[in-house]
Design a protein around this ligand. Structure first.
Ligand code: NDP
Length: 278
């Protein structure tokens, strides 16, 4: 029987734990959220993050900048936030307008406030197995796997997608838990055979139902990161959920799987940063 992994419920549990923890802290965690331009999807993500902060007792401060903001102006704001001792986490919502170099902005955030886990310093620490801020989506997936009691050690894991924010850190985190990891991408030959051999499939591509139901090995664990709109405008993942459900032992739905965990882990990283600031 397939178990549907309830990311919403697990994320709620994590948020409730954080709320309790924050209520006992002498330092109130502070998160600065920077949004540049008026991309509607980014505005929704930022609103959700602010609301989630408020619910657990993290103070979030929003900096909404115009689409014409220069790189120098944004760097100057980040420098101010780096120095502000009430701010423990800095989140710059991506994507940024094209006049701003994203890599430069990510590197300008002090690693100790990099609650997104995107700074090369923190990525380096992750790769070398040191404690660090972990990129929130793969961190959330690891928590989903752990809280569901899924054994990772020795399993063949296939990560489809190699972005810096999802695919690559995901592969590193699975490797750290002793999975044997294959990373697939747009130039991978015969994706189907790679997925067919996997005990754990993580799909982080951004193409509706690129992973077919009959590619899933009987009893495999399927984690769908994709957030896509189908022809009818309905939110759906990278996996053919109905087909994959027939074969998987565990599977995440879209929505209600990975998405809520991403925000929960952002909150967890911010609380951690406030604790470290002592
Ligand atoms: P990117 O666009 O940065 O990366 C997509 C990856 O998919 C790339 O590595 C690309 O390969 C690979 N890819 C593209 N086409 C194929 C193909 N035909 N076969 C195999 N691999 C392919 O996306 P993100 O990593 O940022 O996000 C991936 C998905 O996850 C998106 O739908 C996004 O919306 C969603 N997402 C969801 C989050 C959540 O909280 N639920 C958070 C973050 C993302 P290549 O490198 O060769 O181009």
């Amino acid at each position: 029987m397939t178990n549907i992994i309830d990311g919403k419920a697990i994320a709620k549990e994590i948020r409730e734990g954080l709320e309790k923890e924050v209520s006992t802290m002498t330092t109130t965690p502070g998160l600065a959220v920077v949004i540049v331009g008026d991309d509607p999807a980014s505005a929704v993500y930022v609103r959700n993050k602010e609301k989630a902060c408020e619910n657990v007792g993290i103070i979030s401060t929003k900096h909404a900048l115009s689409a014409k903001t220069t790189e120098a102006e944004l760097l100057s704001l980040i420098e101010k936030l780096n120095q502000d001792n009430k701010i423990h986490g800095i989140l710059v919502q991506l994507p940024l307008p094209k006049q701003i170099n994203e890599d430069k902005i990510i590197e300008a955030i002090t690693p100790k406030k990099d609650v997104d886990g995107f700074h090369p310093f923190n990525v380096g620490r992750l790769v070398t197995g040191r404690p660090t801020f972990k990129s929130c989506t793969p961190y959330g997936i690891m928590e989903l796997l752990k809280k569901t009691g899924i054994d990772i050690k020795g399993k063949d894991a296939v990560v489809v997608g190699r972005s810096n924010i999802v695919g690559k850190p995901m592969a590193i985190m699975l490797l750290a838990e002793h999975a044997t990891v294959t990373i697939c991408h747009s130039r991978t030959n015969d994706l189907e055979s790679k997925v067919k051999g996997a005990d754990i499939v993580i799909a982080a591509v951004g193409i509706t139902e690129i992973i077919k139901g009959d590619w899933i090995k009987e009893g495999a664990v399927v984690i769908d990161v994709g957030m896509n709109r189908n022809a009818e405008g309905k939110l759906c993942g990278d996996v053919d959920f109905e087909g994959a459900k027939q074969r998987a032992s565990f599977i995440t739905p879209v929505p209600g799987g990975v998405g809520p965990m991403t925000i929960a882990m952002l909150l967890a990283n911010t609380v951690e940063s406030a604790k470290n600031s002592k």
